[in-house]
Design a protein around this ligand. Structure first.
Ligand SMILES: Cc1ncc(COP(=O)(O)O)c(C=O)c1O
Length: 351
C-alpha cells in the first residue's frame, strides 16, 4: 500500500546509541524527542530499550500513549486548559508563565502528585522563555512557595524561531543563571538543559560549557544532522526515514499550461518556464501530506508542483524508465518527516 514511509529501526537505534554514548561520556543526559514521528510506538520502544534518560514530546497526546518508567517531559509550554493531562501524563514540563505553574500546582495538589518544571530562559532566540533577568528570580521565588511543584532545573531553546546559534559564551549565561539561582535561593538545580540538536556542534567540539548537563535531541537522531549549521554528523545515518510513492499517470505534455492563467488550487497565480514538451508523472500524494519541495528524489527527476492530492514530477532527466504502477523513492527532511508521519493517509512500515 502506498504512499508509505519506510522506517529503518536499526538505523534509528544506531543514531540514538551513538549520540547517547557521546552525551553520557560528557556527563550530559539526553531527552530523546519523539514528536517528529508522533511518538511512533516502535521508535519509542527503541528509546526505552536503549535507556534514554528522558522521553520528551511537545504534544501531551503523544506522551499519554507512552508507558514506561523513564521520566516523560512535555516540551511545549503547557496550555492552562490541559494541566490535568500534563500532570497525569508527564513528570516534567517546560515553563515560563507563573499563572500556568500555579494551575499545574493546583492540579498536582488535587491528585497528590509533585510535578517537576524546567524554567525556560530566553537567551535571544525569542520563542519561549523568561527574557528579563529579575523576572527569572521572581519566578523562582514565587514557584518555591508552591507545595506541589518541584523546580528541576532551567533550560534554553535556540535556533528555532530566531535562528540564534548556541555558543560557549551564550550557554555560559545559562550556567551563570544556575549559579545565581542556587546561591540566591539555597537550592540545587539538577537539570541545566542547553538546547536541542543545534548544540551538537559545541558538544562534538568540546566547547559546551561545564555545568550544562542535559540536551533535548530530536532532529539529530532521525536525520544524523546537527542544526546550527546543517552539517551531517559523522558515523550516523541520514536515511532512517524514506518515502515510497505510487505513480498514477505518465505522459508527455507541454511544460506551460494552455489557456488564460488564473489562480491555482491554492489561490496563487502560478508562473512557468517554457521547456517545450516534457515527460511528466503524477504521484499519488499531495500537499495534504507533504510539501513537495521537502522531498529529496533518489533519481534525477524534478518535482515541479503539487495540489492537495497530487505531486507532479518532470521525468525528462530520469535515469530509470517509469510506468504507471511503478513507485518512486525519496529521502526526507525534518519538515517532510513531520508532516508525513502526521498524515493518516500515509502508511508507516518498518524494516
Ligand atoms: C523546546 C524544544 N526542545 C527541543 C526540541 C528538539 O529539537 P531538535 O529536533 O532540533 O533536536 C524541540 C523541538 O522538537 C523543542 O521544541
Amino acid at each position: 500500500m502506498f504512499p508509505r514511509v519506510i522506517i529503518n529501526l536499526e538505523k534509528y537505534r544506531h543514531n540514538l546509541r551513538f549520540l547517547l554514548d557521546i552525551c553520557h561520556d560528557k556527563s550530559i543526559s539526553m531527552m530523546a524527542v519523539s514528536k517528529v514521528f508522533c511518538a511512533d510506538h516502535n521508535l519509542v520502544n527503541i528509546m526505552i530499550e536503549e535507556k534514554v534518560d528522558f522521553i520528551a514530546d511537545s504534544r501531551i497526546q503523544n506522551l499519554a500513549i507512552i508507558n514506561c518508567d523513564i521520566p516523560k517531559v512535555l516540551l511545549r509550554l503547557p496550555m492552562i486548559g490541559e494541566v490535568s493531562k500534563v500532570v497525569k501524563y508527564s513528570d516534567i514540563s517546560l515553563n515560563s508563565e507563573l499563572s500556568t505553574v500555579t494551575a499545574l500546582n493546583e492540579e498536582a495538589s488535587k491528585v497528590g502528585k509533585v510535578h517537576g518544571i524546567i524554567i525556560m530562559i530566553d537567551l535571544g532566540d525569542l520563542r519561549e522563555g523568561i527574557f528579563d533577568e529579575n523576572e527569572v528570580y521572581d519566578f523562582v521565588k514565587n514557584t518555591l512557595t508552591l507545595s506541589n511543584i518541584s523546580i528541576r532545573g532551567i533550560g534554553v531553546n535556540l535556533t528555532c524561531y530566531g535562528g540564534v546559534i548556541p555558543t560557549n559564551s551564550l550557554l555560559n549565561k545559562l550556567v551563570e543563571y544556575k549559579n545565581n539561582i542556587e546561591s540566591k535561593f539555597d537550592i540545587e538545580l539538577d537539570i541545566i538543559s542547553g538546547g536541542n540538536s543545534s548544540t551538537i556542534d559545541l558538544l562534538m567540539n568540546e566547547a559546551i560549557p561545564l555545568g550544562i548537563n542535559n540536551l533535548r535531541l530530536g532532529e539529530s537522531l532521525v536525520l544524523g544532522r546537527e542544526t546550527a549549521y546543517g552539517d551531517y554528523i559523522d558515523k550516523t545515518y541520514d536515511d532512517v526515514f524514506t518515502l515510497e510513492v505510487d505513480i498514477i499517470e505518465v505522459k508527455e505534455k507541454p511544460s506551460v499550461p494552455i489557456g488564460q492563467i488564473g489562480m491555482n488550487a491554492f489561490g496563487k497565480v502560478p508562473q512557468f518556464i517554457d521547456n517545450g514538451n516534457i515527460l511528466r508523472a503524477i504521484l499519488a500524494i499531495g500537499k495534504q501530506d507533504v510539501d513537495h519541495l521537502e522531498l529529496i528524489p533518489f533519481d534525477t527527476i524534478k518535482l515541479i508542483g503539487s495540489s492537495s492530492d497530487h505531486i507532479i514530477a518532470d521525468l525528462s532527466n530520469a535515469s530509470s524508465i517509469y510506468e504507471v504502477g511503478d513507485t518512486m523513492l525519496f529521502k526526507l527532511t525534518y519538515s517532510s518527516i513531520l508532516s508525513l508521519m502526521t498524515s493518516k493517509y500515509v502508511v508507516k512500515t518498518y524494516e
